[in-house]
Ligand binder design. Structure first.
Ligand SMILES: Cc1cc2nc3c(=O)[nH]c(=O)nc-3n(C[C@H](O)[C@H](O)[C@H](O)COP(=O)(O)OP(=O)(O)OC[C@H]3O[C@@H](n4cnc5c(N)ncnc54)[C@H](O)[C@@H]3O)c2cc1C
Length: 419
């Protein structure tokens, strides 16, 4: 009988799902090999240091209530820094506070007097939080799916709060401007926001994959190594080298790797731009949203409003563009700079870096929080992982990696018994 450690398992992709798959395989007694085409681990979750500032590749946050993140991450060691539970709604250079008074007393008066929502809206947001607090994640994902916009209308929210708050806030999360994303995702994210804070590690989001990889004892990671195609028990790398293996976990979209695999996967894109300013105009760590419908900029955030490991000169400003556009990079910077001045009152923004992210989040219907282990198997000896299997979140990426590893184990155990 073959020993577990002698079974070769290869994971393609060192994003969150691939890293969690490796942790899980180690727990089950294997010594997997991760093959990653990039020069670093993390996939969509990486942090660069430029001029001393920490730039996440796309503004993103870890919701501390994510159940899988609690299992796989040591929050204390990540030195998580909390964002405020709300937003500043900007127009004509001025921001108005909009947030949960139960989280922070400083939201109380602005919320009482806020003209961005009716009294009935304010009561409904509170009731929704209570309702979703009682609803399990499994129930949320078992429920009928609508667009988020239809869901909010059905809940009786006014056009005012939808246009002034929900639309800009959730467009930044979904990375699409129409709130056409599933109501299941809305309920899940709303529940997560209600049960914990939005966090960023002190060293940036890239600290998350690094902490996952630090848990490895037997996993080998091969960077700068691109897989060209796979078939049962064989991986072919770019350049022609082939690797024989017992099981493959594809922790990315397999479409280009497998001859007969047809993926129906669509991706949502965004532009992430970074600027430096002499001094930030928002003291607290809170997201700034544009209330203007014609605005290209969806949200701004100062990563230097939380404690960071590395510090640059002045403050760092992150700008996210969600809308589709035909601008060249120079036009995009010019338009963004103009909106920063006109809408957000920031007139000294100096451009630092642009990340065009073509495949930011999977565009999906019938999103799930989990799946049967067997459903990860896409071909003989090949399982799939990645957020695109469930829903576009770090939590889902972790769940999918865990399930694919269990599938590998199930198959290997079968092989072992047969040998
Ligand atoms: C701008 C932005 C904002 C986001 N905001 C949030 C947020 O606030 N909260 C949240 O929970 N989630 C957020 N997400 C989503 C989250 O980042 C993803 O769900 C998660 O990182 C997906 O991990 P993954 O392992 O599924 O995929 P990926 O991170 O895409 O990993 C796939 C890996 O496979 C590698 N690979 C691909 N092809 C090959 C090949 N042929 N050979 C070898 N290697 C290959 C890639 O290089 C990559 O490293 C955001 C994402 C983006 C981009």
């Amino acid at each position: 009988m073959k020993e577990k450690k002698d079974n070769k398992v290869h994971i393609i992709g060192a994003g969150i799902s691939g890293l969690v798959a490796a942790i899980q395989l180690e727990k089950l007694g294997y010594a997997p090999v991760i093959i990653e085409k990039d020069e670093a681990i993390g996939g969509r979750v990486q942090t660069d240091t430029i001029e001393g500032f920490q730039l996440d590749r796309g503004f993103q946050v870890l919701l501390e209530a994510y159940p899988k993140a609690k299992e796989y991450l040591d929050y204390e060691a990540l030195e998580l820094q909390a964002l405020e539970a709300g937003a500043l709604l900007f127009d004509h250079g001025k921001g108005k506070l909009f947030g949960d008074p139960l989280r922070s007393i400083r939201f109380l008066l602005p919320m009482i007097f806020s003209s961005d929502a009716s009294l009935s809206d304010k009561i409904k947001t509170y009731r929704l939080k209570k309702k979703l607090g009682r609803k399990s994640i499994e129930d949320i994902f078992a429920h009928d799916e609508h667009t988020t916009l239809a869901y909010l209308e059905k809940q009786g929210f006014s056009k005012r709060i939808i246009e002034n708050f929900f639309q800009p806030f959730f467009s930044g999360i979904y990375l699409e401007p129409h709130l056409s994303t599933s109501s299941r995702m809305f309920e899940f994210v709303y529940k997560m926001f209600g049960e914990g804070k939005a966090m960023i590690p002190k060293k940036g989001m890239g600290a998350i994959p690094l902490q996952l990889a630090n848990q490895f004892n037997k996993t080998d990671i091969q960077l700068n190594c691109e897989v060209e195609n796979i078939s049962q028990n064989q991986i072919t790398l770019k350049g022609g080298k082939t690797i024989e293996t017992d099981f493959i976990i594809v922790a990315t979209d397999p479409e280009r790797l497998m001859k007969n695999y047809v993926s129906s996967l669509d991706w949502k894109s965004c532009d992430s731009l970074y600027f430096s300013v002499k001094e930030r105009n928002i003291a607290k760590p809170i997201i700034g949203l544009s209330k203007r419908k014609d605005s290209l900029v969806n949200n701004i955030f100062y990563p230097t409003s939380i404690a960071t490991e590395s510090k640059g000169d002045g403050d760092l400003l992150s700008v996210t563009v969600v809308k589709k556009h035909d601008y060249t990079i120079d036009e995009l910077i010019a338009q963004t700079t103009k909106e920063l001045a006109e809408q957000f009152g920031i007139d000294d923004a100096r451009f630092l870096k642009h990340y065009p992210i073509a495949q930011a989040l999977p565009s999906m219907h019938n999103i799930q929080c989990s799946m049967e282990v067997g459903a990860t198997m896409i071909s003989e000896g090949i399982a799939i992982a990645g957020d695109h299997q469930l829903n576009g979140s770090i939590n889902a990426a972790m769940t999918s990696g865990e399930l694919a590893a269990q599938m590998a184990h199930k198959t290997m155990a079968g092989i072992s018994h047969l040998v």
